[in-house]
Write a protein that binds this ligand. Sequence first.
Ligand code: BTN
Length: 301
Amino acid sequence: MLRNGSAPLSGELISRELDVSRVAVWKQIKALKELGYAIESTPRGYVLNEESDHLFSWEFPDSKNNYQAYRELDSTMDKAREEAVKGCDPYTTILAETQRKGRGRGERSWISGSGGLYFTLVLKPRLPLAYHYVYTLGASAALSEAARELYGADLSTKWPNDVLWGDRKIAGFLTEMQVSGDSISWLTLGAGINVNNDPRLESGTSLEKIMGRKLDRKDLLECFVNKFRSLMEKDSPAEIRSLWEKRSAMIGSEASFEKSDGQIIRGVVRSVDQAGSLLVEKDSKLKQVLFGDLYKKNRGE
Ligand code: BTN
């Protein structure tokens, strides 16, 4: 209840909602504070200090996924890599409240202030190396599905590894892996999701801003990981691509791409092919965009 709202909650309201005595509420609040939850008692009721809120590993007792939660790390990617090398279970999830050196795609940094979700999943892919792209497509699709289910929010996937609300970024995914021949020994999938944090970028927004209230990050994390896991366990790249395409706002619309060599490709986005490339139609011919950034969406041009 405290995580789902910004206003103070009185002991009376909590006791009514949960059908327990005021004394029981007081005792449990005291116990939660002792465990480390940043609950403040104000004249108008209890408030959770969002800045110091912390997801603890014990909050996921029934999960098949092994959660490890930290207050701060340089990057969850580094910790996940260490765990992967040590041979941890697949779907081990490394979470940090804040990161000192959060990494983004293309050697960019990822601002990781409190209130966001920053985590990395350790995966042991069965699919061969050529299909490594399905992990970011699958993650983008799973997050869009989770936000739709939990909040009714219409998020869209953006090639190759983002999730947007309108044209503002909500989340980005990053993968690192160790390869042996054409198989992947381990793959780490990092996720940065703007939940209750301020993304501090003109091009970004947060789920809190969209919904107009603070959101429970634990619900979102669990819902996302469960959806992602059931999608990936089907081992079906075609199904992942089709779910990604269903949630994409780009399919059928005109867009420009800046390739890493600076070349701009403009055309109508048609689909994602078996290599994870975007197929863009120009002058009735399909062009393959292998990598690069979406440069500009042309509205009404
Ligand atoms: C991007 O859009 O450029 C990808 C951003 C990925 C950020 C996440 S936050 C958790 C994990 N740890 C990192 O250092 N990066 C990823």
